[in-house]
Structure formats: C-alpha cells, structure tokens
Design a protein around this ligand. Structure first.
Ligand code: NAD
Length: 367
C-alpha cells in the first residue's frame, strides 16, 4: 500500500483514492479526489475499459490546476468506470458507481469520455449532485451554447496584444472542427477574424479568401466532413501544419504539436482548445520562435466555468458573463507573468495555479 503513497502523493494531494468493486454487476471504478482546498472538486466520470489509477490521478490533478486558475470555488477530482460505454449495463453501472460516492461531498461528477448528460441525470437521481445536466434538470447545455469556444475567443481578445496581431482580419486555422473548434471559429468570426482552414479526421479544408463558418458548421453536421464544403482546396488531414495563419486553434487530440512539427508552424498565436495539444518540448520551441501559446487550462476553461455556474443554479447569461470575466482576467494575469519573467505561458500558468492552491490550503486546519 505504501507504494501508492510513494507513486502519487505530493504537497498538493491527492486527498483520496477510492476503488469501487461490485462483484455481481462487475462494476470496477476508481475515484481520485485530488485537492479540495478551494471547494469540492469538479471533474468528469470517464467510462472506458482500460483506464489506470495513474491516468485518473493525472486527470484529477489537471482539474485541480484548471479550476484554481479559472478562479472558481472548486478543487480537482476525476473518476473512471472500467467498462465499455456501449455496454447494455451502462445505467446499472453508473447508478451503482454514483451510490458508492454518495457521501464523498468533496466530489461533484460531470461528463467525460463515455458519459453524457443522460449519465449525469442518473447520477443526480442517485446522489443529488452532478453537473453537465440537461436543461430540464436546471443544466446549461455547454456544448450547444459553445461555452468553451466562447472562452477561446475571449482569450484571443486579450492575447492579440501579446502576439502582436489584430483580431480584425486575423486568419484562423482550426484543427478538429468539432464542438470546441466550430464554436471557437464562430465566436472569432464575430470578432472580425477570418477562418481560412479547418480539419477533421477525414481531411483539411483550405481557402485563403475565407470560409463561411455557419455554412461549414451546417455541412459538417449534415455530412460529418469538412471537406464536403463546396469551394476551397481539399487537403490531407495533417496538411494544417504548413498552412500560414495568425491564430491556430488545436481542438482535437493531445500531443499534436511536438518537437518535430513545432518548427514548421506558421502562426503567431495558439489558443489551446484541446487538452494538452502541445508537448513540453513543443512549447519550448514555440516560445523560442516567438509564437504565443496560451495553455489549455487558461484558454479552454469555458466549459468548467459554465459547469460551476450551473452547479450554483445560475443562468446561461450568467455563465457567459462569468466565462468572459474569468478568462479575460486569467489570460491577462498569465501573459503578464510570462512576459515579466520571459517564461513560457504554460509555466507561468502553472506557477499561478500552484500559488492559488497553496493560498487556499493555508486556510485549512492542519491538525
Ligand atoms: P468533438 O468530438 O466534438 O470534436 C473533435 C473533432 O476533432 C472532430 O470533428 C474530429 O473529427 C476531429 N479530429 C479527431 N482527430 C483528429 C485528427 N487527428 N486530426 C484532425 N481532426 C481530428 O470534441 P470536442 O468536444 O470539440 O473536444 C475537442 C477537444 O477539446 C478534446 O480534446 C476535449 O477533451 C477538449 N475539450 C473539450 C471541452 C468541451 O467543452 N467540449 C472543454 C475542454 C476541452
């Protein structure tokens, strides 16, 4: 058992690692409550057959930093059900898992890979708390309103000065034109920017004269592919790397920018829509090339900020206002700190998040 402490614990947490097993249904689950100094941890329930304790811990820790930096009264937590999300047993497993965490007030579950608003409704029904609910249960449909994409556009409003670009007329490239990517493109277009390229699993669409975001969103919803847009050039999926632009929004997968391709990027500002889209070495190369890269937990916090407003019974309007206020403030704080110390923004963001968690921890009883 002491191995678990050696492997995972440090000065920030985790407070609890709980394994859940129910022999009759076959439920196997892991709950990690990392740090609740600022308030109960918000973090998703992931449902996948192969999630490890280390992965759940890393995801919980990432939520600790993201929530602290977002300035919401929540710590970090995460959990996983080790099962295929298409199992016919899904409702039983989720309900049992929820009951197992009934008394863990330090954890507010939300949706993640393999779970959705229906899963969250089952969780709420069992234990009276969850976020990411449907409207009828008081939820704010964060994917439908584009909470994360909106936050990315607010982030761009602040970061433009640091990247020495103007949003008006800025050329935008989106890798992964899904929920986050399409809404980011729409909110950036509203601010005068022009979408010049968008990609998905099947290819890249490129038009240096500009792509109509609404039209592309409709086509992607109807056909599932960006390359069915009439007009522009159809290029291979990974062609985005060499497309010149001002703002690049990676909004698909982790680790897409690394030490091999970072040198090829022809942009001035990166807004990280996906989680960890840039490796540590990639960040260093971008920084040395003068590209401003705003880290995920600053730029894509719109979704979790929205969830926190939902948890307090707030409205959609309040969610937009809070996202705007928090992301504006945090982007400026991180970029100012990075500039003052000639630091990579991701390092400055982590410094700030750690300071906030340490400050919240200082108010807690230690004996
Ligand atoms: P999504 O499934 O709606 O969209 C992802 C898009 O990326 C799809 O169009 C898919 O075709 C495309 N894609 C996948 N692999 C690709 C590849 N290799 N090259 C190009 N395109 C590729 O998902 P989403 O909700 O938009 O989330 C995107 C990312 O943002 C994920 O990493 C997610 O964890 C992260 N994120 C999402 C939110 C949110 O509010 N939804 C919040 C924070 C972070």
């Amino acid at each position: 058992m002491s191995k678990v402490f050696d492997e995972f614990t440090d000065e920030y947490g985790p407070e609890k690692i709980v394994y859940v097993y129910e022999p009759r249904s076959g439920l196997k689950g892991i709950i990690v409550i990392d740090n609740t100094a600022a308030g109960p941890g918000i973090g998703g329930i992931r449902m996948a057959p192969d999630v490890s304790t280390a992965e759940v811990f890393r995801l919980a820790r990432a939520m600790t930093w993201k929530n602290a930096l977002a300035g919401i009264p929540h710590g970090g937590a995460k959990s996983a059900i080790l099962a295929d999300p298409t199992t016919p047993n899904k409702e039983t497993l989720i309900r049992q898992f929820a009951r197992a965490m009934k008394n863990m007030q330090g954890y507010i579950p939300g949706p993640d890979m393999g779970t959705d608003e229906v899963s969250m409704a089952w969780v709420r029904d069992e234990i009276g708390r969850s976020v990411g609910l449907s409207k009828v249960l008081g939820g704010i449909p964060l994917d439908q309103i584009g909470a994360t994409g909106y936050g990315l556009a607010i982030c761009a409003e602040v970061a433009q000065e640091f990247a020495e670009i103007e949003l008006e007329g800025a050329r935008v490239l989106v890798q992964g034109f899904g929920n986050v990517g399409s809404h980011a493109a729409r909110y950036l277009e509203e601010r005068g920017a022009v979408l010049v390229a968008a990609s998905d699993l099947d290819g890249t669409l490129y038009d240096e004269n500009g792509i109509d975001v609404d039209k592309l969103t409709g086509i992607k919803a109807d056909t599932g592919h960006v390359t069915t847009y009439d007009g522009g050039k159809k290029l291979p999926r990974d062609a985005w790397v060499d497309i010149p632009c001002d703002i690049f929004v990676p909004a698909a997968r982790p680790d897409v920018i690394d030490e091999r391709n970072a040198v090829r990027l022809k942009c001035k500002l990166i807004l990280q829509g996906a989680n960890i889209p840039v490796t540590a070495r990639g960040e260093r190369i971008l920084h040395d090339s003068g590209i401003v890269s705003v880290p995920d937990f600053v730029a894509n916090a719109g979704g979790v900020i929205c969830a926190s407003v939902e948890y307090r019974g707030g409205t959609q309007k309040q969610a937009f206002e809070t996202i705007e206020e928090k992301i504006r403030e945090n982007t400026r704080a991180v970029m100012d700190l990075a500039r003052a110390h000639s630091q990579i923004p991701a390092e400055a963001a982590l410094t700030l998040a750690k300071q906030r968690v340490a400050e919240a921890m200082a108010y807690r009883r230690s004996h």
